[in-house]
Design a protein around this ligand. Structure first.
Ligand code: AGP
Length: 593
């Protein structure tokens, strides 16, 4: 879940090139960062110079590093070894002439460490990563550098990606098995990174490394090999479609707020362009014997919403499952089954793991994913890009509503009323614009000021408003750190209502549908126990202590409803003085199990 970036080329400001790359990748992990440079000139036994620190990059610079055109760097999401300067990457070998950066977990590092320590290697950090560079050092004493990296990598157990540099060679050697890596083709310079967004300022021509591919990146070429056999592989060059401005904040203080405000445009695009795709996936679902939607976190809530949308609109049962649990109950999958995997990043290991297990049953795999060239995108039998553009805020927003928009189109296409689906999404676009108006946002900031010291916030809903409540609670807890839970409103009286005390904030989603009456009863039960009721609904009601009007747009009301909750979570976080883009302990894509 770390961010890694490497550069070899003609620019002497390589350290700054790498630091800018790391800033773009920091949403992948921000416990610490580090840059390693090979100083220019004075022979081949020069020592690698490293600058690394615990914490976020912020406005740190690398001006104090020597000029260099052979550099790499890393931003860390800690797994093995606490958050400290010494455990930050890069790590070097005993000679200080070989350095490594790593994304993943080396499951057998302790055994390796014992053996290496016996032959005199000294370790500075508590990380699994440092063990690998000492192993490479050991092999490089006897075989050429690239072969040494290949051999060491093939002994590493677990899902990993590494980049290694050696002062004797002017090439970056990178290998992946599980964690993502992409190489970027420049003119007299070349790049390598964890994801393509960091390459956009430099090149749009890339090759996404497959598992067990090894890349040797030098100034004027990139060679790809099979890491097990050593045989050459022809790169599959792809052209990136995103622009640099899309990965910048623009006039917004945080990516999350920018991405929240991009949603009406994205929903309108999907309504206008994805009708044809919706017909195709509806036909796949119709032909399948059992359809399962799988995802993690926010994507898993889109799966739950998908099953409600198909039940309600298409009268078709679709199962939904959490990626990390799906693998434990696959027995009923057959080659006639269809597994639809939902993922923003396309790199979530729990979802990939579920998909790979499902594939082993012969089931068909369809992916709805936001990142071109991601592992899920490449491994699925058929795929569709969400079309939400790069999502940099760790808290997913526009990818979620983008998923919902496609699911609504699919459900209507399944009934042969694709046009009706597009029409309802256009209404949702207008309703979304209304809750993003400055006057409406003022109402939300006022509410955030009122709730900012809350210790608990609950959200309730029935039907489609149940996954809405789950997602609303996730947004609030993952960035504002206020404990929040979403409940199926009917479950209140079966226990959870015991949590409610005088003044406990309770968000009630009351759209104009078959759940209105029963949902209102739930809100009244909470009120009777002293709950402070925040009503998100198409009409006011006296039970509401705070009312947020949202236009009724049928099943698509879930979209403006969740945007209101996203804004509340964002402004609660701002009120509490936290960073909504890089919340503690999290990272944008979870590439470890
Ligand atoms: C959501 O805000 C979180 N960042 C997290 O739950 C996320 O949805 C989950 O990790 C799945 O990510 P994916 O969509 O990239 O697979």
């Amino acid at each position: 879940m770390c961010g890694i970036f490497g550069y070899v080329g003609k620019r002497m400001d390589g350290p700054s090139v790498v630091l800018e790359g790391l800033k773009t990748l920091e949403y992948r992990g921000y416990d610490s960062w580090g840059v390693a440079v090979v100083p220019e000139g004075n022979g081949n036994r020069k020592k690698i110079v490293i600058k690394k620190r615990a914490g976020k990059i912020g406005d740190a610079t690398v001006d104090d590093l020597p000029k260099s055109s052979y550099v790499f760097g890393h931003t860390r999401w800690a797994t093995h070894g606490g958050v400290s300067d010494i455990n930050a990457h890069p790590h070097v070998d005993c000679t200080g002439t070989i350095a490594i950066i790593h994304n993943g977990i080396i499951e057998n590092y302790e055994d390796m460490k014992k053996v290496l320590a016996k032959s005199g290697h000294r370790f500075a950090s508590d990380t699994d990563t440092e063990v690998a560079v000492h192993l490479i050092e050991e092999y490089a004493k006897r075989i050429m550098f690239t072969k040494a990296v290949q051999r060491a990598f093939n002994e590493m157990e677990g899902l990993n990606a590494i980049i290694v540099l050696d002062t004797r060679e002017r090439q970056l050697v990178a290998v992946r098995n599980g964690s993502p890596l992409v190489v970027g083709f420049g003119d007299g310079e070349n790049f390598i990174a964890s994801d393509a967004t960091a390459l956009l300022p430099h090149t749009k021509q890339v090759h996404f490394l497959e598992d067990n591919e090894l890349a040797v990146v030098s100034d004027d070429n990139i060679h790809i090999y099979n890491a097990q056999t050593g045989s050459r592989i022809r790169p599959k060059k792809q052209l990136l479609t995103w622009s640099v401005t899309q990965v910048e904040k623009g006039k917004f203080p945080f990516f999350m707020l920018k991405e929240i405000h991009e949603q009406p445009g994205i929903i309108a695009d999907i309504a206008a362009t994805a009708g044809g795709q919706a017909e195709k996936i509806a036909a796949r679902i119709r032909a399948s014997f059992g359809t399962y939607m799988v995802g993690c976190g926010t994507a898993s809530y889109a799966c739950i919403a998908g099953s409600y949308l198909f039940a309600k609109i298409a009268k078709r049962h679709i199962n939904s499952a959490i990626g990390s649990e799906f693998g434990y109950n696959l027995d009923f999958l057959t080659p006639k089954s269809l597994v639809i995997a939902l993922s923003q990043s396309g790199e979530t290991m729990d979802t990939l793991d579920a998909v790979r297990k499902a594939r082993s049953t012969g089931a068909g795999i369809f992916a709805l994913v936001n990142v071109l060239g991601s592992t899920l995108y490449r491994e699925a039998d058929a795929k569709l890009l969400i079309g939400a553009g790069p999502e940099k805020g760790v808290a997913s927003t526009k990818a979620f509503t983008g998923m919902l928009a496609h699911l609504i189109l699919w459900a209507y296409a399944y009934t042969g009323n694709g046009k009706e689906g597009q029409a309802i999404l256009m209404k949702a676009t207008r309703a979304a614009k209304e809750v993003l108006l400055p006057s409406y946002v003022t109402k939300i900031t006022k509410l955030a000021k009122r709730l900012k010291r809350s210790r608990h916030i609950y959200a309730i809903g029935r039907g489609l408003s149940y996954p809405t409540s789950l997602e609303a609670a996730l947004k609030i807890k993952e960035i504002s750190y206020i404990h929040a839970e979403g409940f199926a409103a009917g479950e209140l009286k079966h226990g959870v209502i015991a949590l409610v005390e005088k003044g406990t904030p309770c968000i009630a989603f009351l759209p104009n549908d078959e759940t209105y009456g029963a949902n209102l009863a739930g809100a009244m039960e909470l009120k009777a126990r002293g709950g402070y009721i925040i009503g998100i609904s198409y009409k006011p009601h006296e039970v509401f202590d705070y009312y947020m009007p949202v236009k009724d747009v049928g099943e698509a009301t879930i979209i403006p409803n969740i945007i209101v909750a996203q804004l509340l979570a964002y402004y609660l976080t701002i009120e509490r003085g936290f960073d909504p883009d890089m919340p503690r302990n999290l990272a944008k894509s979870v590439t470890v199990k």
